[in-house]
Design a protein around this ligand. Structure first.
Ligand SMILES: Nc1ncnc2c1ncn2[C@@H]1O[C@H](COP(=O)(O)OP(=O)(O)O)[C@@H](O)[C@H]1O
Ligand SMILES: [Mg+2]
Length: 350
């Protein structure tokens, strides 16, 4: 086949590829395509051409390889314009162009694949957990209600007694009964939470907040964290997804709990404020846990962004909140710092 492809044509071909592509000569970047500029978040090629290729491609000390579409590729990290590390796989080929030796490096950005993997993994784990909780709930129901009825019988018997001390047992029986009711209620709440019925319901937002707090209250109590909800009596019902909303609020509360611990704060306090703004319901959650360092506040909603490396933070909590809000609630979430801590504001369209 006789073709006359010139440099312009080669450039047009490279720019039409999905993969990021770098043309390297003697270790220096000779040219790059549009996909690569996009992956690395540069504005133009000129910022890259002439640099050492190892400036954007971090050669790993221990070489790692990865199977992708049944082929084995080298796994590397790319450095973006802003210094972020981007997981990628690459393939290097030697080519000759006009009698000169070049290396052509093609690169696939793995971020999106990784994100899907982790989300899927998280979802399947949630489903498995839901099944387990459901089984526990089932097994506990009978003994819990048996305990309740034994207590009721004991109560009747003590009431017949003339003995002052035995009469006092009654108060204790009531206490035990409250604990039993509390246990049945929490296990039901958890079971409903994990149920996979993604349907909108008419919800009283006050109830949603109550359920969420019931779920997390024992942890808050054990750490001496106070929580205060500013309920809105005049709020009407909203038509929305209950479990997702609970999950979002739980994620934010859990972050506050982490922050209290990290910053060693003794008089932890969380406030939840509800209000209406035009056709939005606004939930503002504030804490006095020291706030989010200003240099990272713009990154907290990014996937995998975490400062909890020792605690195995996933960096997915706030990212999931944002995705769920945008997808299911036509909503938004924002973070800012206030005097002694942070403030997360959620807007849900109603
Ligand atoms: N209430 C808060 N106070 C201080 N920092 C916070 C708070 N909430 C979130 N952050 C910061 O945002 C980061 C991302 O949170 P998240 O997405 O939930 O991931 P993870 O909790 O796994 O780290 C946290 O690592 C933390 O640095
Ligand atoms: Mg978190």
């Amino acid at each position: 086949m006789q073709t006359n492809i010139n440099n312009k044509d080669i450039e047009a071909i490279l720019n039409s590829l999905i993969e990021g592509t770098i043309l390297v000569k003697n270790g220096f970047i000779e040219n790059v395509n549009d996909a690569l500029i996009q992956i690395l978040e540069y504005k133009s090629k000129d910022e890259l051409i002439g640099n050492l290729a190892t400036g954007v491609l971090i050669p790993s000390t221990t070489e790692k390889f990865l199977e992708f579409n049944k082929h084995i590729f080298q796994e590397v990290n790319l450095v973006s314009n802003y210094g972020d590390l981007i997981p990628a796989i690459l393939k290097i080929n030697d080519i000759k162009i006009q009698e000169q030796d070049y290396k052509i490096v093609t690169i696939i950005d793995l971020r999106e694949f990784r994100e899907k993997d982790t989300l899927l993994f998280k979802q399947s784990r949630l489903a498995a957990m839901g099944e387990m909780i459901s089984m526990i709930a089932h097994q506990w129901r009978q003994p819990l209600s048996a305990m309740s009825s034994i207590l009721a019988k004991l109560k009747i018997r003590t009431l017949k007694s003339k003995n002052e001390e035995i009469l006092n047992f009654n108060k204790e029986f009531d206490n035990i009964n409250n604990y039993i009711q509390y246990m049945s209620k929490t296990i039901d709440d958890f079971r409903n939470f994990f149920k996979d019925d993604k349907q909108k319901e008419y919800l009283d937002i006050n109830d949603v907040i109550d359920i969420t707090i019931t779920m997390i209250k024992p942890i808050l109590d054990s750490k001496g964290i106070k929580i205060n909800v500013n309920k809105k009596e005049e709020l009407n019902k909203i038509f929305t997804f209950k479990n997702e909303l609970i999950q979002i609020i739980l994620n934010i509360l859990n972050n506050s709990i982490d922050a209290f611990e990290e910053n060693n704060i003794k008089n932890g306090k969380i406030d939840i404020n509800l209000s209406y703004c035009e056709n939005y319901l606004r939930i503002v959650i504030t804490d006095n846990a020291g706030g989010i360092p200003e240099n990272i506040i713009s990154k907290v909603f990014e996937p995998y962004f975490t400062t909890k490396h020792e605690k195995n933070g996933t960096g997915l909590g706030l990212y999931m909140c944002k995705v769920i809000l945008e997808k299911h609630f036509s909503g938004t979430i924002n973070a800012k710092n206030i005097e002694k801590g942070s403030s997360f504001s959620i807007d849900i369209r109603i």
